[in-house]
Design a protein around this ligand. Structure first.
Ligand SMILES: *Cc1c(COP(=O)(O)O)cnc(C)c1O
Ligand SMILES: [Zn+2]
Length: 477
Protein backbone atom coordinates (compact mmCIF):
# COMPACT_ATOMS: atom_id res chain seq x y z
CA UNK A 1 0.00 0.00 0.00
CA UNK A 2 1.13 3.54 -0.71
CA UNK A 3 1.20 5.72 2.35
CA UNK A 4 1.72 9.41 2.70
CA UNK A 5 5.03 10.80 3.79
CA UNK A 6 3.19 13.93 4.81
CA UNK A 7 3.04 14.29 8.55
CA UNK A 8 -0.28 14.91 10.15
CA UNK A 9 -0.03 18.64 10.70
CA UNK A 10 -1.56 20.69 13.45
CA UNK A 11 -4.39 22.00 11.29
CA UNK A 12 -7.74 20.46 12.06
CA UNK A 13 -8.30 17.64 9.60
CA UNK A 14 -10.02 14.32 9.31
CA UNK A 15 -13.10 12.99 10.98
CA UNK A 16 -13.24 15.72 13.59
CA UNK A 17 -14.38 18.24 11.03
CA UNK A 18 -16.39 15.96 8.73
CA UNK A 19 -19.88 14.65 9.29
CA UNK A 20 -22.74 13.18 7.27
CA UNK A 21 -25.90 15.13 6.64
CA UNK A 22 -29.30 14.21 5.19
CA UNK A 23 -29.84 15.99 1.85
CA UNK A 24 -33.48 16.69 2.68
CA UNK A 25 -33.39 20.26 4.09
CA UNK A 26 -36.61 19.74 6.05
CA UNK A 27 -34.93 16.80 7.85
CA UNK A 28 -31.27 17.84 8.01
CA UNK A 29 -30.31 15.01 10.39
CA UNK A 30 -26.56 14.71 10.90
CA UNK A 31 -24.41 11.67 11.63
CA UNK A 32 -20.79 11.04 12.47
CA UNK A 33 -18.35 10.69 9.59
CA UNK A 34 -17.17 7.61 11.44
CA UNK A 35 -20.30 5.60 10.71
CA UNK A 36 -21.34 3.42 7.79
CA UNK A 37 -24.66 4.39 6.25
CA UNK A 38 -26.20 4.85 2.85
CA UNK A 39 -29.38 6.67 3.87
CA UNK A 40 -30.85 8.84 6.61
CA UNK A 41 -32.17 6.87 9.61
CA UNK A 42 -34.90 9.42 10.16
CA UNK A 43 -36.34 9.97 6.67
CA UNK A 44 -34.58 7.51 4.35
CA UNK A 45 -33.12 10.17 2.06
CA UNK A 46 -29.56 10.19 0.69
CA UNK A 47 -26.65 11.57 2.73
CA UNK A 48 -23.91 14.10 1.95
CA UNK A 49 -20.50 14.32 3.50
CA UNK A 50 -20.20 17.83 4.91
CA UNK A 51 -17.50 19.70 6.78
CA UNK A 52 -16.94 22.38 9.34
CA UNK A 53 -15.29 24.48 6.64
CA UNK A 54 -14.31 27.28 8.99
CA UNK A 55 -11.79 24.96 10.60
CA UNK A 56 -10.77 23.18 7.41
CA UNK A 57 -7.86 25.36 6.29
CA UNK A 58 -9.04 26.01 2.74
CA UNK A 59 -6.72 27.62 0.20
CA UNK A 60 -7.65 31.19 -0.70
CA UNK A 61 -7.20 30.54 -4.43
CA UNK A 62 -7.44 27.38 -6.51
CA UNK A 63 -3.98 27.90 -7.99
CA UNK A 64 -2.47 27.24 -4.56
CA UNK A 65 -3.02 23.55 -5.42
CA UNK A 66 -0.29 23.90 -8.04
CA UNK A 67 2.21 23.80 -5.19
CA UNK A 68 1.29 20.10 -4.85
CA UNK A 69 2.89 19.36 -8.23
CA UNK A 70 6.31 19.72 -6.66
CA UNK A 71 5.40 17.08 -4.07
CA UNK A 72 4.76 14.21 -6.47
CA UNK A 73 7.21 12.03 -4.54
CA UNK A 74 4.47 11.81 -1.91
CA UNK A 75 1.80 9.29 -3.04
CA UNK A 76 -0.94 11.41 -1.48
CA UNK A 77 -0.02 14.49 -3.49
CA UNK A 78 0.75 12.39 -6.60
CA UNK A 79 -2.88 11.23 -6.52
CA UNK A 80 -5.17 13.36 -8.69
CA UNK A 81 -7.79 12.93 -5.98
CA UNK A 82 -5.86 13.51 -2.75
CA UNK A 83 -3.86 16.35 -4.28
CA UNK A 84 -7.07 18.26 -3.45
CA UNK A 85 -7.34 16.82 0.06
CA UNK A 86 -8.23 20.23 1.51
CA UNK A 87 -11.55 20.04 -0.41
CA UNK A 88 -12.46 16.56 0.91
CA UNK A 89 -10.85 16.49 4.36
CA UNK A 90 -12.80 13.61 5.93
CA UNK A 91 -9.64 11.69 6.76
CA UNK A 92 -6.17 12.79 7.88
CA UNK A 93 -3.61 12.62 5.05
CA UNK A 94 -1.65 9.90 6.86
CA UNK A 95 -4.67 7.56 6.61
CA UNK A 96 -5.39 8.15 2.95
CA UNK A 97 -5.31 5.17 0.56
CA UNK A 98 -4.23 5.66 -3.04
CA UNK A 99 -3.20 3.52 -5.97
CA UNK A 100 -2.22 6.51 -8.11
CA UNK A 101 -5.69 7.41 -9.37
CA UNK A 102 -6.61 10.62 -11.17
CA UNK A 103 -3.61 11.00 -13.53
CA UNK A 104 -6.04 11.98 -16.25
CA UNK A 105 -5.97 14.32 -19.19
CA UNK A 106 -8.04 17.12 -20.67
CA UNK A 107 -7.61 16.98 -24.44
CA UNK A 108 -8.69 19.83 -26.70
CA UNK A 109 -9.64 18.33 -30.05
CA UNK A 110 -10.86 20.13 -33.12
CA UNK A 111 -11.49 16.87 -34.98
CA UNK A 112 -14.18 15.87 -32.50
CA UNK A 113 -15.15 19.54 -32.02
CA UNK A 114 -15.99 19.82 -35.70
CA UNK A 115 -18.19 16.71 -35.49
CA UNK A 116 -20.04 18.22 -32.52
CA UNK A 117 -20.39 21.55 -34.35
CA UNK A 118 -18.07 23.66 -32.21
CA UNK A 119 -15.74 26.49 -33.20
CA UNK A 120 -12.04 25.63 -33.21
CA UNK A 121 -10.48 25.32 -29.76
CA UNK A 122 -13.77 25.02 -27.85
CA UNK A 123 -14.31 21.28 -27.32
CA UNK A 124 -12.43 19.44 -24.59
CA UNK A 125 -12.51 15.79 -23.64
CA UNK A 126 -11.73 14.79 -20.07
CA UNK A 127 -10.17 11.30 -20.25
CA UNK A 128 -11.13 9.52 -17.06
CA UNK A 129 -10.41 6.21 -18.79
CA UNK A 130 -6.74 6.83 -17.90
CA UNK A 131 -7.37 5.85 -14.29
CA UNK A 132 -5.66 2.69 -12.95
CA UNK A 133 -8.74 0.51 -13.54
CA UNK A 134 -9.69 2.34 -16.73
CA UNK A 135 -12.68 4.38 -15.60
CA UNK A 136 -13.59 7.43 -13.51
CA UNK A 137 -14.81 5.08 -10.77
CA UNK A 138 -11.32 5.08 -9.21
CA UNK A 139 -11.83 8.72 -8.19
CA UNK A 140 -14.69 7.69 -5.96
CA UNK A 141 -13.36 4.29 -5.01
CA UNK A 142 -10.21 5.61 -3.37
CA UNK A 143 -12.37 7.83 -1.14
CA UNK A 144 -14.91 5.11 -0.24
CA UNK A 145 -12.14 2.56 0.20
CA UNK A 146 -10.29 4.93 2.53
CA UNK A 147 -13.47 5.36 4.58
CA UNK A 148 -14.04 1.59 4.62
CA UNK A 149 -10.52 1.03 5.92
CA UNK A 150 -10.97 3.79 8.47
CA UNK A 151 -14.06 1.91 9.68
CA UNK A 152 -12.11 -1.33 9.98
CA UNK A 153 -13.89 -3.12 7.12
CA UNK A 154 -12.45 -6.45 5.98
CA UNK A 155 -14.83 -6.97 3.06
CA UNK A 156 -16.33 -4.48 0.60
CA UNK A 157 -19.10 -5.11 -1.92
CA UNK A 158 -20.83 -3.47 -4.85
CA UNK A 159 -23.37 -4.13 -7.55
CA UNK A 160 -21.97 -3.15 -10.88
CA UNK A 161 -22.43 -2.86 -14.60
CA UNK A 162 -18.69 -3.57 -14.60
CA UNK A 163 -16.55 -0.55 -13.85
CA UNK A 164 -17.32 -0.18 -10.15
CA UNK A 165 -16.47 -3.84 -9.65
CA UNK A 166 -13.24 -3.52 -11.65
CA UNK A 167 -12.29 -0.54 -9.52
CA UNK A 168 -13.12 -2.14 -6.17
CA UNK A 169 -11.36 -5.33 -7.18
CA UNK A 170 -8.26 -3.32 -8.10
CA UNK A 171 -8.14 -1.44 -4.77
CA UNK A 172 -8.50 -4.75 -2.95
CA UNK A 173 -5.77 -6.47 -4.93
CA UNK A 174 -3.34 -3.54 -4.92
CA UNK A 175 -3.66 -2.86 -1.18
CA UNK A 176 -4.45 -6.35 0.15
CA UNK A 177 -6.55 -4.62 2.81
CA UNK A 178 -9.95 -6.07 1.96
CA UNK A 179 -11.73 -8.81 0.07
CA UNK A 180 -13.93 -7.66 -2.82
CA UNK A 181 -17.41 -9.14 -3.24
CA UNK A 182 -19.02 -8.03 -6.47
CA UNK A 183 -22.53 -8.54 -7.82
CA UNK A 184 -23.15 -8.44 -11.54
CA UNK A 185 -26.21 -9.09 -13.67
CA UNK A 186 -26.18 -12.04 -16.01
CA UNK A 187 -24.96 -11.55 -19.57
CA UNK A 188 -24.78 -7.77 -19.16
CA UNK A 189 -21.17 -7.14 -18.34
CA UNK A 190 -18.56 -6.50 -21.02
CA UNK A 191 -15.59 -8.82 -21.22
CA UNK A 192 -13.07 -6.08 -20.53
CA UNK A 193 -14.68 -5.30 -17.18
CA UNK A 194 -15.43 -8.88 -16.16
CA UNK A 195 -11.88 -9.92 -16.94
CA UNK A 196 -10.56 -7.27 -14.54
CA UNK A 197 -12.71 -8.43 -11.63
CA UNK A 198 -11.67 -12.04 -12.20
CA UNK A 199 -8.00 -11.25 -12.67
CA UNK A 200 -7.86 -9.04 -9.56
CA UNK A 201 -9.27 -11.93 -7.57
CA UNK A 202 -12.68 -10.58 -6.54
CA UNK A 203 -15.42 -12.94 -5.36
CA UNK A 204 -17.77 -12.50 -8.31
CA UNK A 205 -21.45 -13.27 -7.80
CA UNK A 206 -23.35 -13.35 -11.06
CA UNK A 207 -27.07 -13.24 -10.32
CA UNK A 208 -29.88 -13.99 -12.74
CA UNK A 209 -31.12 -10.43 -13.29
CA UNK A 210 -29.96 -6.96 -14.31
CA UNK A 211 -28.11 -4.16 -12.52
CA UNK A 212 -31.15 -2.97 -10.59
CA UNK A 213 -31.77 -6.51 -9.30
CA UNK A 214 -28.12 -6.82 -8.28
CA UNK A 215 -28.32 -3.42 -6.53
CA UNK A 216 -31.31 -4.51 -4.41
CA UNK A 217 -29.55 -7.73 -3.42
CA UNK A 218 -26.25 -6.14 -2.53
CA UNK A 219 -28.02 -3.66 -0.25
CA UNK A 220 -29.72 -6.55 1.61
CA UNK A 221 -26.59 -8.64 1.79
CA UNK A 222 -24.22 -5.92 2.98
CA UNK A 223 -26.66 -5.15 5.82
CA UNK A 224 -27.15 -8.79 6.70
CA UNK A 225 -23.44 -9.66 6.71
CA UNK A 226 -21.98 -6.30 7.76
CA UNK A 227 -20.02 -5.87 4.52
CA UNK A 228 -19.00 -2.33 3.52
CA UNK A 229 -21.00 -1.08 0.47
CA UNK A 230 -19.10 0.99 -2.09
CA UNK A 231 -21.85 1.80 -4.59
CA UNK A 232 -22.42 5.49 -5.25
CA UNK A 233 -25.20 5.63 -2.59
CA UNK A 234 -22.10 5.76 -0.41
CA UNK A 235 -21.58 9.51 0.13
CA UNK A 236 -17.79 9.15 0.47
CA UNK A 237 -17.59 7.87 -3.14
CA UNK A 238 -18.94 11.17 -4.38
CA UNK A 239 -16.35 13.16 -2.41
CA UNK A 240 -13.65 11.55 -4.53
CA UNK A 241 -15.57 12.16 -7.74
CA UNK A 242 -15.68 15.92 -7.03
CA UNK A 243 -12.00 16.02 -7.95
CA UNK A 244 -12.74 15.33 -11.64
CA UNK A 245 -14.06 18.88 -11.75
CA UNK A 246 -11.02 20.25 -9.89
CA UNK A 247 -8.75 18.66 -12.48
CA UNK A 248 -10.85 20.08 -15.33
CA UNK A 249 -10.48 23.55 -13.82
CA UNK A 250 -6.78 22.95 -13.25
CA UNK A 251 -6.28 21.97 -16.91
CA UNK A 252 -8.14 25.14 -17.97
CA UNK A 253 -5.81 27.18 -15.75
CA UNK A 254 -8.68 27.67 -13.26
CA UNK A 255 -11.04 29.17 -15.81
CA UNK A 256 -14.60 27.88 -15.51
CA UNK A 257 -15.92 26.37 -18.78
CA UNK A 258 -19.44 27.04 -20.08
CA UNK A 259 -20.63 23.44 -20.12
CA UNK A 260 -19.89 20.14 -18.42
CA UNK A 261 -21.45 17.26 -20.38
CA UNK A 262 -21.58 13.86 -18.70
CA UNK A 263 -23.32 10.52 -19.33
CA UNK A 264 -25.94 9.70 -16.69
CA UNK A 265 -26.37 6.22 -15.20
CA UNK A 266 -26.76 6.05 -11.44
CA UNK A 267 -26.07 9.80 -11.45
CA UNK A 268 -23.19 9.71 -9.00
CA UNK A 269 -20.92 11.77 -11.24
CA UNK A 270 -23.44 14.49 -12.04
CA UNK A 271 -24.32 14.68 -8.32
CA UNK A 272 -20.66 14.94 -7.33
CA UNK A 273 -19.99 17.63 -9.94
CA UNK A 274 -22.90 19.68 -8.59
CA UNK A 275 -21.58 19.36 -5.04
CA UNK A 276 -18.08 20.32 -6.16
CA UNK A 277 -19.28 23.54 -7.73
CA UNK A 278 -21.68 24.36 -4.89
CA UNK A 279 -18.77 24.18 -2.47
CA UNK A 280 -16.30 26.09 -4.65
CA UNK A 281 -18.87 28.85 -5.10
CA UNK A 282 -19.63 28.89 -1.40
CA UNK A 283 -15.92 29.23 -0.61
CA UNK A 284 -15.47 32.00 -3.19
CA UNK A 285 -12.95 29.87 -5.09
CA UNK A 286 -14.83 30.33 -8.39
CA UNK A 287 -16.83 33.31 -9.60
CA UNK A 288 -19.30 31.48 -11.81
CA UNK A 289 -20.71 28.02 -12.34
CA UNK A 290 -20.74 26.03 -15.61
CA UNK A 291 -23.97 24.60 -16.95
CA UNK A 292 -24.50 20.85 -16.66
CA UNK A 293 -25.83 18.50 -19.34
CA UNK A 294 -26.61 14.94 -18.26
CA UNK A 295 -27.00 12.53 -21.16
CA UNK A 296 -29.04 9.34 -20.98
CA UNK A 297 -29.08 6.57 -23.56
CA UNK A 298 -32.56 6.47 -25.06
CA UNK A 299 -32.77 2.83 -23.95
CA UNK A 300 -32.22 3.90 -20.32
CA UNK A 301 -33.81 7.33 -20.10
CA UNK A 302 -35.38 7.53 -16.64
CA UNK A 303 -33.78 10.88 -15.76
CA UNK A 304 -34.70 12.39 -19.11
CA UNK A 305 -38.28 11.18 -18.80
CA UNK A 306 -38.67 12.51 -15.25
CA UNK A 307 -36.99 15.89 -15.75
CA UNK A 308 -37.77 16.86 -19.32
CA UNK A 309 -41.16 15.17 -19.78
CA UNK A 310 -42.69 14.96 -16.29
CA UNK A 311 -41.23 18.18 -14.90
CA UNK A 312 -39.61 16.70 -11.78
CA UNK A 313 -37.41 19.31 -10.04
CA UNK A 314 -35.26 19.65 -6.92
CA UNK A 315 -37.69 22.32 -5.70
CA UNK A 316 -35.52 23.36 -2.71
CA UNK A 317 -35.42 19.76 -1.56
CA UNK A 318 -39.18 19.16 -1.73
CA UNK A 319 -39.02 16.77 -4.67
CA UNK A 320 -42.49 15.74 -5.82
CA UNK A 321 -42.29 11.95 -5.51
CA UNK A 322 -45.65 11.23 -7.19
CA UNK A 323 -44.46 11.40 -10.81
CA UNK A 324 -41.40 9.34 -9.87
CA UNK A 325 -43.52 6.62 -8.27
CA UNK A 326 -45.97 6.72 -11.17
CA UNK A 327 -43.13 6.25 -13.66
CA UNK A 328 -41.56 3.39 -11.68
CA UNK A 329 -44.97 1.69 -11.44
CA UNK A 330 -45.49 2.12 -15.16
CA UNK A 331 -42.05 0.57 -15.85
CA UNK A 332 -42.87 -2.38 -13.59
CA UNK A 333 -46.37 -2.91 -14.98
CA UNK A 334 -45.17 -2.90 -18.58
CA UNK A 335 -42.04 -4.89 -17.64
CA UNK A 336 -39.90 -2.20 -19.28
CA UNK A 337 -36.20 -2.73 -18.65
CA UNK A 338 -33.28 -0.58 -19.65
CA UNK A 339 -31.54 -1.77 -22.80
CA UNK A 340 -28.59 -0.03 -24.46
CA UNK A 341 -25.19 -0.85 -25.93
CA UNK A 342 -23.88 1.70 -23.40
CA UNK A 343 -23.97 -0.92 -20.64
CA UNK A 344 -22.39 1.38 -18.02
CA UNK A 345 -25.52 3.56 -18.08
CA UNK A 346 -28.04 0.74 -18.57
CA UNK A 347 -29.95 1.59 -15.38
CA UNK A 348 -33.67 1.78 -14.64
CA UNK A 349 -33.76 3.49 -11.24
CA UNK A 350 -30.80 5.81 -10.70
CA UNK A 351 -29.90 5.73 -7.01
CA UNK A 352 -28.64 9.33 -6.88
CA UNK A 353 -31.69 10.81 -8.60
CA UNK A 354 -32.38 13.45 -5.95
CA UNK A 355 -28.78 14.61 -5.68
CA UNK A 356 -28.69 14.91 -9.46
CA UNK A 357 -31.85 17.04 -9.39
CA UNK A 358 -30.05 19.30 -6.91
CA UNK A 359 -27.03 19.52 -9.24
CA UNK A 360 -29.25 20.31 -12.25
CA UNK A 361 -30.92 23.04 -10.22
CA UNK A 362 -27.65 24.62 -9.07
CA UNK A 363 -25.92 24.35 -12.44
CA UNK A 364 -28.90 25.39 -14.59
CA UNK A 365 -28.73 21.94 -16.13
CA UNK A 366 -30.47 20.09 -18.92
CA UNK A 367 -31.05 16.40 -19.62
CA UNK A 368 -31.04 14.79 -23.06
CA UNK A 369 -31.22 11.30 -24.47
CA UNK A 370 -29.29 9.92 -27.43
CA UNK A 371 -29.80 6.69 -29.39
CA UNK A 372 -27.33 3.82 -29.53
CA UNK A 373 -26.76 4.79 -33.16
CA UNK A 374 -25.73 8.31 -32.12
CA UNK A 375 -23.61 6.94 -29.28
CA UNK A 376 -21.64 4.56 -31.50
CA UNK A 377 -21.17 7.11 -34.28
CA UNK A 378 -19.89 9.62 -31.70
CA UNK A 379 -17.66 6.95 -30.16
CA UNK A 380 -16.03 6.28 -33.51
CA UNK A 381 -15.37 10.03 -33.92
CA UNK A 382 -13.76 10.15 -30.47
CA UNK A 383 -11.58 7.21 -31.45
CA UNK A 384 -10.61 8.77 -34.77
CA UNK A 385 -9.96 12.21 -33.23
CA UNK A 386 -8.65 11.37 -29.81
CA UNK A 387 -7.77 8.62 -27.37
CA UNK A 388 -11.00 6.63 -27.63
CA UNK A 389 -13.63 5.66 -25.08
CA UNK A 390 -16.21 3.03 -24.25
CA UNK A 391 -19.80 3.38 -25.54
CA UNK A 392 -21.37 5.00 -22.41
CA UNK A 393 -18.70 7.72 -22.43
CA UNK A 394 -19.52 8.71 -26.00
CA UNK A 395 -23.06 9.61 -24.91
CA UNK A 396 -21.52 12.87 -23.68
CA UNK A 397 -20.19 13.72 -27.14
CA UNK A 398 -23.41 12.64 -28.85
CA UNK A 399 -25.32 14.74 -26.29
CA UNK A 400 -23.14 17.80 -26.91
CA UNK A 401 -23.78 17.42 -30.64
CA UNK A 402 -27.52 17.27 -30.03
CA UNK A 403 -27.43 20.37 -27.80
CA UNK A 404 -25.41 22.20 -30.47
CA UNK A 405 -28.01 21.28 -33.08
CA UNK A 406 -30.76 22.57 -30.78
CA UNK A 407 -28.83 25.82 -30.27
CA UNK A 408 -28.68 25.26 -26.50
CA UNK A 409 -24.89 25.09 -26.72
CA UNK A 410 -23.36 27.90 -28.81
CA UNK A 411 -20.45 27.11 -31.18
CA UNK A 412 -18.24 29.51 -29.20
CA UNK A 413 -19.05 27.95 -25.81
CA UNK A 414 -16.25 26.19 -24.02
CA UNK A 415 -17.47 22.63 -23.59
CA UNK A 416 -15.99 19.77 -21.57
CA UNK A 417 -17.31 16.26 -22.30
CA UNK A 418 -16.44 13.69 -19.64
CA UNK A 419 -15.14 10.46 -21.17
CA UNK A 420 -15.88 8.11 -18.30
CA UNK A 421 -14.28 4.87 -19.44
CA UNK A 422 -11.41 3.51 -21.51
CA UNK A 423 -11.63 2.45 -25.14
CA UNK A 424 -10.62 -1.14 -24.30
CA UNK A 425 -13.39 -1.73 -21.76
CA UNK A 426 -15.79 -2.99 -24.40
CA UNK A 427 -13.99 -4.14 -27.56
CA UNK A 428 -17.03 -6.21 -28.60
CA UNK A 429 -19.06 -3.08 -29.29
CA UNK A 430 -16.20 -1.45 -31.19
CA UNK A 431 -15.43 -4.44 -33.36
CA UNK A 432 -19.13 -5.03 -34.10
CA UNK A 433 -19.39 -1.42 -35.29
CA UNK A 434 -16.42 -1.65 -37.66
CA UNK A 435 -16.96 -5.22 -38.85
CA UNK A 436 -17.78 -6.32 -42.38
CA UNK A 437 -19.52 -9.38 -40.94
CA UNK A 438 -23.22 -8.57 -41.03
CA UNK A 439 -23.99 -11.41 -38.62
CA UNK A 440 -21.66 -10.01 -35.95
CA UNK A 441 -23.07 -6.52 -36.52
CA UNK A 442 -26.65 -7.73 -36.18
CA UNK A 443 -26.08 -9.92 -33.17
CA UNK A 444 -24.45 -7.14 -31.12
CA UNK A 445 -26.08 -4.00 -32.49
CA UNK A 446 -29.11 -4.97 -34.57
CA UNK A 447 -31.47 -5.38 -31.62
CA UNK A 448 -30.44 -1.92 -30.36
CA UNK A 449 -31.76 -0.10 -33.42
CA UNK A 450 -28.32 0.57 -34.87
CA UNK A 451 -28.79 0.34 -38.62
CA UNK A 452 -25.55 1.62 -40.16
CA UNK A 453 -22.05 2.16 -38.93
CA UNK A 454 -21.78 5.64 -40.44
CA UNK A 455 -18.05 5.91 -39.76
CA UNK A 456 -17.03 2.27 -40.01
CA UNK A 457 -13.33 1.71 -40.62
CA UNK A 458 -13.44 -1.70 -42.20
CA UNK A 459 -10.55 -4.11 -42.31
CA UNK A 460 -9.48 -4.78 -45.90
CA UNK A 461 -9.22 -8.49 -46.79
CA UNK A 462 -6.28 -9.16 -49.12
CA UNK A 463 -4.82 -12.39 -50.54
CA UNK A 464 -1.43 -13.26 -49.09
CA UNK A 465 0.39 -11.95 -52.20
CA UNK A 466 2.86 -9.05 -52.27
CA UNK A 467 1.26 -7.42 -55.35
CA UNK A 468 -2.24 -7.57 -53.91
CA UNK A 469 -1.09 -6.10 -50.61
CA UNK A 470 0.71 -3.22 -52.35
CA UNK A 471 -2.32 -2.63 -54.57
CA UNK A 472 -4.62 -2.46 -51.55
CA UNK A 473 -2.39 0.02 -49.70
CA UNK A 474 -2.15 2.24 -52.82
CA UNK A 475 -5.92 2.09 -53.30
CA UNK A 476 -6.97 2.84 -49.73
CA UNK A 477 -4.34 5.21 -48.35
C1 LIG B 1 -20.47 4.20 -13.99
C2 LIG B 1 -20.32 4.73 -15.34
C3 LIG B 1 -21.16 5.71 -15.87
C4 LIG B 1 -22.33 6.23 -15.13
O1 LIG B 1 -21.97 7.13 -14.12
P1 LIG B 1 -22.98 7.52 -12.96
O2 LIG B 1 -22.16 8.26 -12.01
O3 LIG B 1 -23.53 6.23 -12.41
O4 LIG B 1 -24.06 8.33 -13.61
C5 LIG B 1 -20.90 6.21 -17.13
N1 LIG B 1 -19.87 5.74 -17.87
C6 LIG B 1 -19.04 4.78 -17.41
C7 LIG B 1 -17.94 4.29 -18.28
C8 LIG B 1 -19.24 4.25 -16.14
O5 LIG B 1 -18.42 3.30 -15.69
ZN1 LIG C 1 -33.33 12.70 6.73
Amino acid sequence: MLRSAESHNARATGTDLAFQRCINPSCGATYEARSVRTSCDRCGDLLDVDYDWDRAGLPSRMNEFEAMWSRRHDPVRFSGVWRFHELLPFVPTDQVITVGEGQTLLQQTDAVGKYVGMDAGRLHLQYEGMNPSGSFKDNGMCAAFTHAHMMGAKRAACASTGNTSASLALYCSATQLMKAVIFIGSGKISYGKLSQALDYGALTIQIAGDFDDAMLRVKQITQELGIYLVNSVNPFRLEGQKTIMYRVLEALRWEVPDWIVVPGGNLGNSSAFGKAFMELKQHGLIDRVPRLAVINASGADTLHELVERRGVRWNSGNVDMDPIRAYNDHMDREALRADTIASAIEINRPVNLKKCLRALDFMDGVVRQVSDQEILDAKSRVGAGGFGCEPASAASVAGAKLLRREGVIAPSDRVVCILTGHELKDPTATVAYHTTDQEVFNSVLGSRGVTTANFANRAVPVPNELDDIIKAIRLYS
